[in-house]
Design a protein around this ligand. Structure first.
Ligand SMILES: [Zn+2]
Length: 92
C-alpha cells in the first residue's frame, strides 16, 4: 500500500556540522530532508486495512542528501554524510 495516501510530502533543510576527511575543515551544511507529514484525515472510501495503518502511521522525515561537497574552495572533495540519523520521527 502506498504511504503517500497517508501523508503529504514536502522538503525541508536542516543544518548539520560535518568534517571533511581530506582537509579536516569543519563546516555547517544544509542537508535536504523529505518530510512525510501525516494527513489530518484519511481520504474517503478507505478500507479497514488502510484505516488501521493510517492510525499507526507517524509523521517522519528521511535524509535525501547522502553526501555534500566540501566548502573549502581548495578542497571540494565529497563528504559522505555518516554518523547521523537518516530517519527522524516527527511529533504531530
Ligand atoms: Zn575538504
Amino acid at each position: 500500500m502506498d504511504e503517500r495516501r497517508f501523508c503529504d510530502e514536502s522538503n525541508t533543510t536542516k543544518a548539520a556540522v560535518l568534517r571533511c576527511h581530506s582537509c579536516g575543515e569543519q563546516q555547517t551544511y544544509q542537508l535536504r530532508w523529505l518530510v512525510r507529514q501525516k494527513k489530518k484525515h484519511l481520504s474517503a472510501g478507505a478500507d479497514e486495512q488502510a484505516r488501521s495503518r493510517f492510525a499507526k502511521f507517524q509523521s517522519y522525515m528521511v535524509l535525501i542528501d547522502d553526501a555534500v561537497v566540501c566548502a573549502n574552495s581548495r578542497c571540494r572533495r565529497r563528504i559522505e554524510v555518516s554518523g547521523m540519523k537518516t530517519t527522524a520521527y516527527l511529533s504531530d
